[in-house]
Design a protein around this ligand. Structure first.
Ligand code: GDP
Length: 208
């Protein structure tokens, strides 16, 4: 499929929270049983945002501490990130601030980020939807309860971050002229630089 933009996206969070499964569901519409991710893998899929076709190149990063140095080098140049925790694991939720800080210090300035509460199909809960939503609100992030098992919220989460990046492009909070990529405009055939500037639309809302 021909596309107008290519956005590099990241899946970030502790090991076993379901990052690879979310990616599988987003790409193939189902969970494919996979061994734990070692280092980084990626896959691509097109989405349509406001009649614009965008190719999302989604990088699935390993959450293990020992792979963090590998993971960090892949943060650079990304246009969007989904920070994931597991609703049945308190530790994974408590590690979210660390992941956000890591993204903030390592990744592109002006990156669009959403918080994903995965495994919401599980009956046992360590983190309520309300607590996740309150944390996201406090940090100005869009929030999605999702399940890579049932598919709930998966497409919505990826598309919302893509819409947020589009919004930043429209409002000039990304620079179309020079620098590192993360967003590639096929029309301009040029990489786009993200600048540190507040998104005027606010989290998860687009300008249109
Ligand atoms: P990663 O290490 O973050 O990439 O996590 P994985 O995608 O490998 O998932 C870890 C485990 O959680 C696997 O056994 C998955 O089948 C399971 N899992 C992932 N997402 C979900 C979900 O939404 N619901 C349930 N019930 N299990 C899930």
């Amino acid at each position: 499929m021909d596309y107008a933009y290519l956005f590099k996206f990241l899946l970030i969070g502790d090991s076993r929270v379901g990052k690879s499964s979310l990616l599988s569901h987003f790409i193939d519409g189902k969970i494919v049983p996979l061994p734990p991710t070692v280092g980084v893998e990626f896959a691509s899929r097109c989405v349509v945002v406001d009649e614009t076709v965008i190719k999302l190149q989604v990088w699935d990063t390993a959450g293990q501490e020992r792979f963090r140095s590998v993971t960090r080098s892949y943060f650079r140049g990304a246009a969007g990130a989904l920070v994931v925790y597991d609703t049945s694991r308190r530790d994974a939720f408590e590690n979210v601030p660390g992941w956000l800080q890591e993204v903030e210090t390592t990744a592109s300035h002006g990156m669009a980020i959403a918080l994903i509460a995965n495994k919401c199909d599980l009956p046992e809960r360590a983190v309520s939807a309300g607590e996740g939503a309150a944390f996201a609100k406090q940090h100005g992030l869009p929030f999605f309860e999702a399940s890579a098992k049932t598919g709930q919220g998966v497409n919505e989460a990826f598309t919302s971050v893509a819409r947020d990046v589009c919004c930043r492009v429209r409002h000039g909070t990304v620079d179309l002229r020079d620098g590192t990529c993360g967003i590639i405009s096929k029309v301009r055939k040029a990489p786009i630089v993200l600048k540190r500037k507040k998104n005027p639309c606010g989290p998860a809302r687009c300008c249109v």
